[in-house]
Design a protein around this ligand. Structure first.
Ligand code: OXD
Ligand code: MN
Length: 639
């Protein structure tokens, strides 16, 4: 085990807590193992005190965000065997979860509002809704009463003040997560900005999203802990958008427990965004510059999980003369500024990416990002203290310890890394991080992309006819299923706006919000495109090489944004490139006809399937404009 205190860390955040303006010494509700109770603002102290009384932890550790604290916490976890040092790299560690706790659990994720219609659209009779789960506030109160009393006994509660977006920025928001998982505390310190600076902001604004998380496994005195405590039978991830609260129980994994990410930045975020006139979206943000042009252009892109979002965000362009930068790989908060430009920030501070499939071929930039200060979860370990996963190298090492901690050889007949295994790496490691990535005002967005894994029928790229048609494209988004959630197999599933698991309110109202915002800013809205890197030939082969070659598509998109009208022709599904307008030089045989065809039968089937989907899943919450777009699409195919 390396001596962590000897590692060369810079102190990141000074440990300053302002003198008492709030909490009283006499009110200290449990032993404080780190930080000072008196330094907490009164409204924070009163909420934390109530949660301590409910969960009954042994002690409270107030996260200050310093490097010395990080070292101590990691030392503690290494000693307990919860994280394993990876001596091959700099300050990297590996965790193995309980095999029953490996992904987001959508079926146990709820939004709680007084009225059901606020949360989910009305479904047709006998049809199960797939656009979120509602829970009545009284039922949630009851569940909290059943699950949380005493749930942190024998454990430390970590209090994590965190900021989504640059600390104090006009588009940023603060949260405080209380968790009994030290792994979560460390991961949150990578994925968000944490510590005293944030607490100072909370003190000034008085506003924060309340996030309570427990692994749901209290310890009795003297009871030995397990490596990955969790309680899958009792798992529940609940959100109260009206009071900006998140309550998560039973799972320590990813989006279930790192509450700044999907829970706050998307579910609570989207509900706040609707009220306040902005968007919280499951979108990457990237910059693209041609060497001979002055300006860097930015696009954001919504792809369902497992469609190569991180790969696109870190694209390594194969065409000479292009330079790509990364602002974020998963979430964008977007707001129209006073000039009417749509501007985006990445509210996160790190990458929580799917490891399998990441390689020097598929994402060389990610491979340069993830071997320093990174926490890996459920990947395999090599004999020289490194990591490995399927797809990382063509040939697997002769021996590994797999994600279950067992010896593994290539003939074991099972996967060495879990398909949803992850790296959790600081954004600052990324060699192509955009110079404006922390601009508190955000970067100006020129284009919005939607995309999914569509083996059939959907061309490589098409541009919407206008904003309303673009919103329809987002509403109609589908993709093959992912390992990031609990689904199995390769079914093509609806994932509108790639937000299906992440809507914080009724999807029909969400569409209306998009339509209204577009109408309000009609002169300045970005163009909207649909992309599909995954179309297959009739022989089952990918028609497009993808990865770094996707810059060719982005180049066409940017030229469209620059107003080049003659590089596209109108098809029934939108504008598609004219054959000579997309640079395919050096790619060999590209079957243009198959790649860009819009087969009438396929699209008429698509229309009727969408009609049924909207009817069954969205009912009267569907805005009339979306219905009209569907009718118009059908008409264009029948013209
Ligand atoms: C993720 C996802 O980013 O599932 O983890 O979308
Ligand atoms: Mn995601």
């Amino acid at each position: 085990m390396p001596n962590l205190s000897e590692l060369n860390f810079e102190e990141r955040t000074p440990v300053i807590f302002r003198q008492s303006s709030g909490a009283k010494t006499g009110e200290i509700p449990c032993r404080i193992s780190h930080g000072s109770w008196e330094s907490l603002p009164a409204q924070v102290a009163s909420w934390v005190k109530a949660q301590i009384e409910l969960c009954q932890p042994d002690s409270l550790h107030i996260i200050d965000g310093s490097i010395s604290e990080e070292i101590r916490l990691k030392e503690q976890l290494v000693k307990a065997g919860v994280i394993i040092p990876l001596p091959k790299y700099e300050n990297c560690f590996l965790t193995r979860t309980d095999p029953k706790d490996v992904a987001r659990v959508e079926s146990k994720t709820f939004i709680s509002t007084p009225e059901k219609i606020e949360t989910v659209p009305p479904t047709a009779e006998g049809i199960n809704g797939t656009l979120g789960n509602w829970m009545a506030p009284e039922e949630l109160d009851e569940k909290v009463k059943q699950k949380f009393p005493g749930c942190m006994r024998g454990r430390t509660m970590y209090m994590i003040p965190f900021s989504m977006g640059p600390v104090g920025g006009p588009l940023s928001k603060n949260g405080i997560e209380l968790t009994d998982s030290c792994y979560v505390a460390i991961s949150m310190s990578i994925m968000t900005r944490v510590g005293s600076r944030v607490m100072d902001c909370v003190r000034k604004s008085g506003e924060f999203v309340k996030c309570l998380h427990s692994v749901g496994k209290p310890l009795t005195p003297g009871q030995k802990d397990v490596m990955w405590p969790c309680n899958p039978e009792e798992t529940m991830i609940a959100h109260r958008p009206h009071s900006s609260e998140i309550i998560s129980f039973g799972s320590g994994y990813g989006g279930n427990s790192l509450l700044g990410k999907k829970c706050f930045a998307l579910r609570i975020g989207s509900a706040l965004a609707r009220q306040q006139g902005w968007f919280a979206e499951h979108m990457l943000v990237m910059g693209l510059k041609k060497h001979d042009s002055e300006e860097r252009r930015y696009v954001c892109a919504a792809f369902p999980s497992a469609c190569g979002k991180t790969n696109l965000a870190m694209l390594n362009p194969t065409l000479p003369g292009y330079d790509v930068t990364c602002v974020g790989d998963d979430i964008a908060w977007l707001r129209f500024d006073n000039e009417g430009s749509l501007r985006a920030i990445n509210p996160e501070n790190g990458f929580f990416g799917v490891a399998p499939g990441t390689s020097d071929d598929s994402n060389p930039i990610a491979m340069q990002t993830i071997f320093k200060n990174t926490l890996f979860t459920n990947v395999a370990m090599t004999d020289d203290g490194g990591v490995w996963w399927e797809g990382m190298t063509e040939e697997a090492p002769a021996h590994l310890i797999d994600w279950l901690g067992q010896d593994w050889t290539p003939d074991s007949g099972k996967k060495a890394a879990h398909p949803n295994s992850r790296f959790c790496a600081p954004a600052e490691n990324c060699p192509i991080l955009d110079e404006n990535w922390e601009d508190p005002q955000g970067v100006k967005i020129d284009a919005i992309l939607f995309g999914g894994r569509r083996p059939e029928g959907v061309p490589l790229v098409s541009e919407s006819l206008n904003w309303q048609h673009g919103v329809f494209m987002g509403a109609a988004l589908k993709s093959e299923a992912t390992a990031a959630a609990e689904h199995k197999g390769k079914m093509v599933m609806h994932d509108p706006f790639s937000m299906r698991p992440f809507f914080g309110y009724n999807f029909g109202h969400y569409l209306k919000h998009w339509l209204d915002m577009g109408a309000k800013h009609s002169a300045t809205v970005p163009r909207i495109f649909m992309v599909n890197w995954f179309r297959k030939s009739s022989a089952g082969k990918f028609l497009w090489p993808g990865f770094g070659e996707n810059v060719r598509v982005l180049d066409w998109i940017m030229r469209r944004c620059d107003g080049y009208e003659d590089i596209a022709t109108k098809s029934p599904i939108g504008y598609i490139p004219t054959e000579e307008s997309l640079n395919t030089e050096g790619l060999g045989n590209i079957d243009w006809a198959q790649l860009f065809s819009t087969p009438r039968d396929f699209w008429l089937d698509e229309v009727s399937e969408l009609r049924q989907y909207f009817k069954q899943q969205v009912g009267y919450s569907l805005p009339q404009e979306i219905q009209s777009e569907l009718d118009a699409l059908e008409k264009r195919f029948n013209a």
